[in-house]
Structures are given as structure tokens and as C-alpha cells.
Design a protein around this ligand. Structure first.
Ligand code: F6P
Length: 372
């Protein structure tokens, strides 16, 4: 009998349980397979912590947020074992073999695609599904989790409008997305933000302040700024690039240490860049501002119908791929269809927002400021 393993890795996202359910139900009911879940991502594969997935455990989970399997951000080749980083891929292979798995399905974002490839290179048959609220996985039109997070972030921008209006304030709202601007761009555009700042377009704070003052001069007494957590000013991007170049070129340990310290300082500044930016805007415009950091609320709760549909069709297509003998592939959404994309092609690449993306063009034509 065919046995498949399933694990969820990286940050959780709405739709994971819908995907687990689709994988499990299709595997069990259509093909009579055994399905084993590994707890807490690659850590569970290393520690051999499993749970049998059957009709009962797969029932009632479609609408649940999070992942019934648990997750972690562990990397198989750099596991924290007793305080040291160790390559545990051999042990993972042993556990894979011990359970006589025919395939392992890893549900995750960009990091998981890389980690899955590492396991595939060790000899395991691995398939993946693309999940993340960031929507930044290469090779797929969409990742499940994004649509739900987009809805939550859009609602937040909507709600900030009335209070911004009442108090005549600048409302700065920080949206997740790591180093991709999909979520801030989508929520900013759908929520009618006046300024949208994303990592793909380094901004100039003076340009943002001018746009806000121009709105004020035109009679609008409030402004909404949607900022992606990864957005940075052009000056910051340049400073970081120069510091890392200096580190790469350093000839002595002392130079390298100094450059490392500078890079650490720059990274520390990134921690609260949204609050700093709001203070700068207050100083430049003379208008009061407030910051809202949406954080993990964007990852919580029930998946939207769009995410349930995406997760379900990718999960079912993944079992078809297992039956066909495929391995080393990510099951991607491409238009109305699904595709099997080689993990080698996906791993290490990120789908960022193209500067001429149709959402950006539409926003610009409405007068939205991107700070450039
Ligand atoms: O990748 C999903 C994501 O939510 C990013 O948008 C965010 O930068 C990160 O995870 C937060 O990670 P954690 O949950 O580990 O704090």
C-alpha cells in the first residue's frame, strides 16, 4: 500500500488545513493510501513525531485557521540540536525510510521549497504545495493564505479611514509580506490608501511628505499610508548595500568585524522603521500621525473561500502527481490549471512585485504615491 507523509513548515497561513484535508481525503478515499502527518514541520520529521491522518482526523478542519500538524521554522541542514546547529538530513532520510514513505508532501513558502529540495537531493521523493500570506513563491500565480490576509489587511485600512478622517491625521499602517510588497500593495489599493510603500520601490520620505501636503492643500484633511514591513527608503537601501559590499571586500578580520557591526546596526534600525517613518512624516508635514502594526492578526482565523478553493485544488492535484510517480516538484497554480514545477527552478527564487505590475499602474493612474 502507498504511504505518504505530510508536514507543514514555516509561518502558518490560512488554508493549510484545507490543503491537508484535500491531500488526505483524496489519498485515502480515491487511492486507498495511508497518510501520516509529521508534527511541527521538519522538526517532527527529525524527531519522528507522527500522527495518523484518517477520515476522522481530517473531518471538520476545512474552515480552521493555522495547521493541525503544527509548524516550525527549522531548516533540515541547520537544526538546533542541544544548542548547536546540525545537519539532520540523514536522520530525516532514515525516518522517511523507516515509515516506508512513497512520498513526502511539504506545505510551505519560499524557505520550505529550498528545504524540500535538500531532502529530495538526499533521495527522498518530495512534493510541495505553495503556502504563504506573502504570495512570493516563484512559479505559482498564487499561494494559499494570501487572499485571506489580503481581506484582513484591507478591512483594517477601511477601518482606519473613519478615525483618520475624524482626527485629521496621517494613519500609517504596517502590513506583513517579508521582502515582497503584494500584501501592502493589494490592501493599499483595495482599501484606498493614499500612499503605498513596498520593498520593490525604495521611497524618499520627502516625496511622501510632499504628497501628503498636496492632499492637504487640495482639501483632504487626512491621509492613509500603507507600508509593507520590508519597505525601505532609497538612502537606507544604499547604506545597507555599501555596508555589505564593504564586508565582502574586507581584507582583515578587524575590517570585517566593523562592517558586520554596521550591518547589525542597520538591521536593528529596520526593527521599528515604520514608527520612525511616522515621526519623520509628522516633522515634515506638521500633521499628527499614528501607527498601526497589523502583525500576526493577518495570519489568523478561517481561510477565505478563495484560499479554500486554491488549497483544495492544489492538494488534489498533488495526489494525482504522487499517483503519476512525480517527485521533486511543487504543485503550482497557473491560470485555471495546476502545473508541476521543478523544485530546482523554484528554490532560492522569490516572486516580487514587478514595478510595472497592473496594480501599480492602476494605483499610479489614480494618483497614489509610491514615494519614488
Ligand atoms: O512569511 C510569512 C510572514 O508572516 C511574513 O510576512 C513575516 O515577515 C513573517 O512571516 C513573520 O514571521 P514570524 O511568525 O516567525 O514572526
Amino acid at each position: 500500500m502507498t504511504t505518504i507523509g505530510i508536514l507543514t513548515a514555516g509561518g502558518d497561513s490560512p488554508g493549510l488545513n484545507a490543503a491537508i484535508r484535500a491531500l488526505g481525503k483524496s489519498a485515502i478515499h480515491q487511492h486507498g493510501m495511508h497518510v501520516l502527518g509529521f508534527r511541527d514541520g521538519f522538526r517532527g520529521l527529525m524527531q519522528n513525531r507522527t500522527v495518523r491522518l484518517d477520515s476522522e482526523s481530517l473531518s471538520g478542519i476545512l474552515t480552521k485557521g493555522g495547521t493541525i500538524l503544527g509548524t516550525s521554522r527549522d531548516k533540515p541542514h541547520k537544526m538546533d540540536v542541544g544548542g548547536s546547529r546540525m545537519d539532520m538530513t540523514d536522520l530525516m532520510l532514515e525516518n522517511f525510510q523507516q515509515h516506508q514513505l512513497d512520498a513526502l508532501v511539504c506545505l510551505g513558502g519560499g524557505g520550505t521549497q529550498k528545504n524540500a529540495l535538500r531532502l529530495a537531493q538526499k533521495g527522498m521523493r518530495v512534493l510541495t504545495l505553495p503556502k504563504t500570506i506573502d504570495n512570493d513563491v516563484w512559479g505559482t500565480d498564487a499561494t494559499f493564505g494570501f487572499d485571506t490576509a489580503l481581506g484582513i489587511a484591507t478591512e483594517a485600512v477601511d477601518r482606519l479611514h473613519s478615525t483618520a478622517h475624524s482626527h485629521h491625521r496621517i494613519m500609517v499602517v504596517e502590513v506583513m509580506g517579508h521582502n515582497a510588497g503584494w500584501l501592502a500593495l493589494g490592501a493599499g489599493l483595495a482599501g484606498g490608501a493614499d500612499v503605498i510603500l513596498i520593498p520593490e520601490i525604495p521611497f524618499d520620505i520627502d516625496v511622501v511628505a510632499e504628497a501628503i501636503l498636496a492632499r492637504r492643500a487640495g482639501g483632504s484633511t487626512f491621509s492613509i499610508v500603507a507600508v509593507s514591513e520590508g519597505a525601505r527608503s532609497g538612502a537606507h537601501v544604499e547604506r545597507k548595500r555599501t555596508a555589505s559590499e564593504r564586508r565582502d571586500e574586507a581584507e582583515t578580520d578587524a575590517d570585517r568585524t566593523a562592517a558586520d557591526r554596521e550591518l547589525d546596526a542597520i538591521r536593528d534600525e529596520e526593527g521599528d522603521h515604520t514608527k520612525r517613518m511616522a515621526r519623520q512624516l509628522e516633522a515634515l508635514t506638521g500633521l499628527e500621525s499614528r501607527v498601526t502594526i497589523l502583525g500576526h492578526v493577518q495570519r489568523g482565523g478561517a481561510p477565505s473561500a478563495v484560499d479554500r478553493l486554491l488549497a483544495t485544488r492544489l492538494g488534489a492535484a498533488c495526489i494525482d502527481a504522487v499517483v503519476d510517480g512525480a517527485g521533486g516538484v511543487m504543485i503550482a497554480a497557473q491560470g485555471e490549471n495546476t502545473a508541476r514545477v521543478d523544485l530546482e527552478e523554484v528554490a532560492g527564487r522569490r516572486k516580487t512585485v514587478p514595478p510595472d505590475h497592473r496594480w501599480i499602474r492602476a494605483a499610479r493612474s489614480l494618483g497614489v504615491c509610491f514615494g519614488d
